[in-house]
Design a protein around this ligand. Structure first.
Ligand SMILES: Cc1cc2nc3c(=O)[nH]c(=O)nc-3n(C[C@H](O)[C@H](O)[C@H](O)COP(=O)(O)OP(=O)(O)OC[C@H]3O[C@@H](n4cnc5c(N)ncnc54)[C@H](O)[C@@H]3O)c2cc1C
Length: 337
């Protein structure tokens, strides 16, 4: 059975030695495809080597379009500026530059030069680090990337950066920066942790587990993982089973939503273990949630509140304060997107 989704485990070897904590993320600046850039140059007739000064830098048209400017899914405000420059009447929508040029062509290279100057800079995308410095060394770093897919007029499209990363060939170079773990970091080694990370939300928890395994941390580790199907979507299954065998993982609870008639998600598994979860919380465990913001992290938070309310015999308001106090003291952290 093949998965309906594409998820990539990517290992990056670095020239310089790295320094990061589990919970950190990589910032990656995607490049636009050379085919798209060639097509833009063909449609506009602009000289690809012409140097152009934008608000941030001066570079050739080729370099600006390939590395520095966003050409996909332009903001409505940019589309409106495009309409103004070209004199076309364009609906108030977000569109890619290529579509704009095909449907509402520019009059020539000079007009396109004005268009280049209104394009916004490319934004980096963040990916949770899924490796541990202690376990994997300081010249290697891993990420776990789900290829983002969506449809336009029944045509499957990919997100820019995840599409770009999914096509990476072994040996190709990649530039990135490391964003600090911030609030999303491991507690003292003797403290227990509960990790809730369906899908790619597992990435930082793989890092946590490898780190705790490599450093012999004594605190107990409980992971709630979920995805669509057990057979095709159980990310890092063999590693997790090994962690269970060695005792690094105390508990592993999984929810595969498409394997059952009634969809089961991580929050349902959490609820099933309400008593023990609350027991861990009362014992000082930290709770981490990573993955999709909506609805996953909201449903998980509601479930945590239910557990605190029911098991702790508190009112809803008291349960909210309980979780807020955990958050303030760094015992409840979310990295959701
Ligand atoms: C702290 C943090 C950690 C993260 N960790 C991970 C991780 O470990 N693994 C992971 O896979 N992701 C992670 N992400 C998400 C990741 O940063 C990206 O947001 C994700 O990969 C999508 O980026 P993209 O460039 O592929 O898609 P984008 O091109 O940015 O597109 C994103 C969405 O915009 C819409 N869209 C884009 N273009 C069009 C269009 N032309 N028409 C209509 N709609 C469009 C689609 O809905 C699409 O799915 C994390 C995010 C944060 C903030």
């Amino acid at each position: 059975m093949t998965s309906e989704k594409e998820t990539y485990h990517i290992e990056i070897e670095t020239e310089e030695t790295l320094s990061y904590q589990p919970g950190a993320a990589l910032g990656i600046m995607p490049f636009n495809s050379q085919e798209a850039v060639d097509e833009i140059i063909r449609l506009t007739g602009i000289n690809s080597q012409k140097q152009i000064q934008t608000t941030k830098l001066t570079a050739s048209v080729q370099e600006l379009l390939h590395k520095h400017l966003n050409i996909s899914y332009l903001l409505k405000s940019v589309v409106a500026q495009y309409a103004k420059i070209t004199g076309h009447s364009i609906p108030d929508v977000r569109l890619g530059l290529l579509d704009l040029l095909r449907i509402y062509p520019v009059k020539g290279p000079d007009e396109f030069e004005q268009v280049i100057k209104i394009l916004t800079g490319q934004s980096p995308r963040l990916y949770s680090v899924s490796s541990s410095l202690e376990a994997h060394g300081d010249t290697e770093i891993h990420i776990t990337v789900a290829k983002s897919e969506f449809f336009i007029d029944d045509q499957k499209q990919n997100g820019l950066c995840s599409g770009y990363l999914s096509q990476f060939k072994e040996g190709e170079e990649l530039e990135f920066y490391i964003q600090d773990a911030g609030h999303f970091k491991l507690p003292e080694p003797e403290k227990d942790i509960i990790m809730i990370g369906p899908g790619t939300g597992i990435a930082p928890f793989r890092s946590f587990l490898w780190e705790r395994d490599a450093t012999g941390a004594e605190g107990r580790n409980w992971l709630f993982f979920g995805d669509r199907n057990f057979i095709s979507d159980f990310l890092y299954q063999s590693e997790l089973i090994d962690f269970l065998k060695t005792g690094t993982l105390t508990h592993l609870d999984t929810a595969f939503s498409r394997d059952t008639v009634e969809k089961i998600y991580v929050q349902h598994k959490l609820k099933q273990k309400a008593q023990e979860v609350f027991y861990w919380l009362e014992g000082g465990a930290s709770v981490y949630v990573c993955g999709t913001k909506d609805p996953m992290s909201r449903d998980v938070e509601e479930t945590l509140l239910d557990i605190i309310q029911d098991e702790g015999r508190r009112s809803r308001t008291e349960a909210v304060s309980y979780l807020e106090e955990m958050e303030l003291s760094g015992r409840y952290a979310k990295d959701v997107y």
